[in-house]
Ligand binder design. Structure first.
Ligand code: NAD
Length: 485
């Protein structure tokens, strides 16, 4: 089965910060892939806007290099690259200045879908939003895309939401969390709500616990100064892990639409209980063989910021009462791996042998590497010799059944940008969700600050501090092994 590609409407997309790392590494290579797939109409315009003094030819050269460096196999499609580059324009602007905006006004058409990607520091959002109106570039139908970090606490997130709300309605604002653009995350919803098998079991009667792990092998070197003000809780848990938790725990929405889904996610965040400090383990990676420590990378020898966190959370509602959600994320870990694991309860009584009730069904949802989903089921070990049970994974990715389609290469960013052009906000965070997530996160962080909580050291290339293993061990459970690249 070949994936159907439905072209979007012709659009003009302005990328503020169009020369930056995110634009060159993700946004433009992603748009090129959509162009190759036939989804991006050739009369669309992409306007890079940044401080560098470039013209359209210089910008096209820069993006050609970026696609060569960061594109995947599609970078070989040289035949089409010129046609794609012809869609690109560039305007030098300073968000805080007034030069260049009239030129932009001439480039951005009023009769096509307009989107403005704010791929710049959040401190510039207000200036950009204001000038887009002052120079009559944006209108009531324009969409804006904003990146994380969306605030660093409730107060700053509220201020940022208020700044954007001064110029745009909520249905014009697309807050990106690229985890939501992953194929498997959407497949999780398809599996949960498209089958009768899972939903009846999706509660505290049948689920023992849920684990969410986002492990990275990279250090914070190169962005240590930024990271040190943030830490794993702000950088990963408040947004990415929280979003995954919402999708796994939410009630079935009445339809797959932006507000229905986001209403249900919001209810989950609001039902999250405060976390007992004893149920949180913070860590900082130590120096290893040939690698520097967190404190060296952050250039802060007295830093108490966590590069790792593991925690046990509870959702206070009928469905999840008593079911722990264990979250874990960190830098410099043994492998790059993001996985959600739903561990079902043991069967009540085994008819086979005394030891054979220890088998469990486990649904694992892998976001990276190798996006996919499998369900561990118990079957008879083949062959003679009596009834022996064995656990095997049932592959639910069905890549073979669905064929070698372009679905495999659709990256989260490009999928989400196409959603912006289509006007579909389902996979974007609403302002109240972001605020609710900070409202839950803030007291936890304030507690650490008040106690001068010192993170535990862990070895680079490990699974984090020993205490994180104990967090589950104490409950008679264990983390899934971190396997990946
Ligand atoms: P970057 O520093 O590489 O690029 C910044 C861009 O903003 C450049 O194009 C620069 O010219 C432009 N810029 C800076 N000041 C400006 C001004 N006054 N007026 C106009 N343009 C100005 O940053 P980046 O890594 O591309 O990140 C951009 C945003 O996306 C940041 O908010 C960052 O936190 C967020 N983000 C980045 C990544 C990533 O992987 N790089 C991931 C998630 C979120």
């Amino acid at each position: 089965m070949v994936a159907r590609v439905i072209p979007v409407e012709t659009f003009d997309l302005v990328i503020f910060g169009g020369t930056g790392d995110l634009a060159r590494r993700k946004i433009l290579p992603g748009l090129f892939r959509r162009f190759l797939a036939g989804q991006m109409p050739h009369d669309s315009r992409i306007v890079g806007a940044a401080r560098s003094d470039l013209d359209a030819a210089g910008y096209r050269e820069m993006i050609k290099d970026a696609i060569a460096e960061f594109g995947g196999s599609e970078k070989k499609e040289t035949g089409q690259i010129d046609a794609f580059l012809a869609c690109l324009q560039y305007v030098p602007i300073d968000a805080k200045g007034d030069g260049g905006w009239d030129d932009m006004a001439k480039l951005v058409r009023k009769d096509v879908v307009q989107a403005f990607y704010f791929s710049v520091a959040p401190s510039l959002f207000g200036d950009l939003a204001e000038r887009l109106h002052k120079y009559k570039i944006a209108n009531k139908k324009s969409r804006i895309v904003v990146e994380k970090p969306f605030g660093r606490d409730l107060e700053s997130a509220e201020a940022l939401n208020a700044t954007l709300a001064d110029h745009f309605r909520e249905d014009q604002i697309y807050r990106i969390d690229h985890y939501l653009g992953k194929e498997t995350v959407q497949n999780l919803m398809a599996v949960r709500f498209g089958n009768i098998l899972f939903e009846p079991l999706w509660n505290n009667h049948y689920i023992d616990h849920i684990q969410i792990t986002v492990a990275e092998t990279v250090s914070v070197a190169g962005r240590g100064a930024y990271y040190d003000r943030s830490g794993a809780m702000r950088d990963m848990v408040q947004n990415h892990l929280m979003q995954l938790l919402c999708l796994i725990a939410m009630e079935p929405p009445s339809q797959f639409g932006a507000d229905s889904v986001r209403d249900e996610k919001l209810k989950v965040i609001r039902a999250l209980q405060g976390v007992d400090p004893h149920h949180i383990v913070r860590g900082q990676y130590d120096a290893g063989k040939g690698t520097t420590s967190y404190r060296q990378d952050a250039e802060n020898e007295r830093s108490f910021t966590e590069s790792f966190i593991a925690m046990k959370c509870h959702i206070a509602n009928w469905r999840w009462a008593g079911v722990p959600f264990y979250l874990r994320t960190g830098k410099m870990m043994k492998a790059r791996s993001s996985e959600i694991t739903v561990v079902f309860k043991e069967i009540g009584h085994s008819i086979f042998s005394e030891n054979d009730n220890a088998h469990r069904n486990i649904l694992s949802i892998r976001l990276q590497p190798n996006e996919g989903m499998d369900l561990q089921v118990t079957i008879k070990e083949p062959g003679p010799g009596g009834m022996r049970l064995v656990d095997v994974p049932l592959d639910m990715t069905f890549a073979e059944a669905l064929g070698d389609s372009d679905v495999e290469v659709t990256d989260a960013y490009e999928r989400l940008i196409m959603d912006v052009i289509r006007g579909d906000q389902t996979l974007f965070m609403r302002g109240d969700e972001v605020e609710a997530a900070w409202a839950w996160t803030d007291p936890i962080i304030e507690g650490w600050e008040a106690r001068n909580d010192v993170p535990k050291l862990y070895d680079p290339g490990s699974s984090g501090p020993e205490d994180a293993l104990m967090l589950l061990h104490r409950d008679g459970r264990k983390w899934r092994e971190i396997k990946g690249e």
